[in-house]
Write a protein that binds this ligand. Structure first.
Ligand code: G3P
Length: 224
């Protein structure tokens, strides 16, 4: 497992603040903070910036989404092998803002594993987390959609969903790692997530849209 818990996964989404050069600057901040503080930080750059950012930082980069296709005549789609060629170490799958059907999630988990890529499958509640755990991804990331982008942290607003998901997933396969996300924006949110049994967090706006992204990141890791 190249991604060592506790893990901070920063999803850059499609924000202006993380596009192009802004995305590379943010990834470099993450790289420095990870190196100087000995913490695991992973970034999910915007899809169009994947090759550029992968080539210019040493921390792992993940895709935000991959399509369940092989190489060939698929205009505008991203195949797992093309994504791998960009330099990524894995991908988010089924993010709340890019939902997929269960059969395709299954296919992608298998395909990524065959390419030696990590799968982080996002889920919206405990039941979908259980269903996804049966597919044996590397990570399940529980994110209640109603809290995404609100600044209200899942680890303080819905601790029972987080600990319930950890218990459900680990009872199916204790090797599957669990992340939580939605509204995570400071060190206390991250500490609570870890205390609830998770292996780390998945977040976006708390860092991407912060006035000072480095300060926000330093605060985030301050209680790890
Ligand atoms: O993928 C991370 C995510 O959906 C949470 O977003 O802005 O609430 O940290 P945010």
């Amino acid at each position: 497992m190249p991604l060592k818990p506790p893990l901070i996964v920063l999803n850059m989404k499609s924000y202006q603040e993380s596009s192009g050069e802004n995305g590379l600057n943010l990834a470099k901040i993450c790289e420095e903070v990870a190196r100087e503080n000995g913490v695991s930080i992973v970034v999910c750059p915007q899809q169009v910036d994947l090759t550029y950012i992968c080539k210019n930082v040493t921390i792992p980069c993940l895709a935000q989404h991959i399509d369940p296709i092989e190489s060939g005549g698929y205009t505008g789609w991203i195949s797992p092998i093309s994504a791998k060629n960009s330099g990524i170490k894995g991908s988010l799958i089924n993010h709340s803002e890019h939902r997929m059907i269960l059969a395709d999630i299954d296919l992608l988990i298998r395909r990524l594993r065959s390419l030696d890529l990590i799968s982080i499958v996002c889920t919206n509640n405990e039941a979908t987390s259980r269903a996804v755990a049966e597919l044996r991804p590397d990570f399940v990331a529980i994110e209640p959609p109603e809290l995404i982008g609100t600044g209200v942290s899942v680890s303080s607003a819905q601790p029972e969903v987080v600990s319930g998901t950890v218990n459900s997933v680990k009872s199916i396969d204790s090797d599957i790692k669990v992340l939580c996300g939605a509204g995570i924006s400071n060190g206390i949110d991250v500490r609570s997530a870890i205390d609830l049994g998770t292996d780390g967090v998945l977040l976006a706006s708390g860092v991407v849209k912060a006035k000072d992204q480095r300060e926000a990141l330093l605060d985030l890791i301050s209680l790890i």
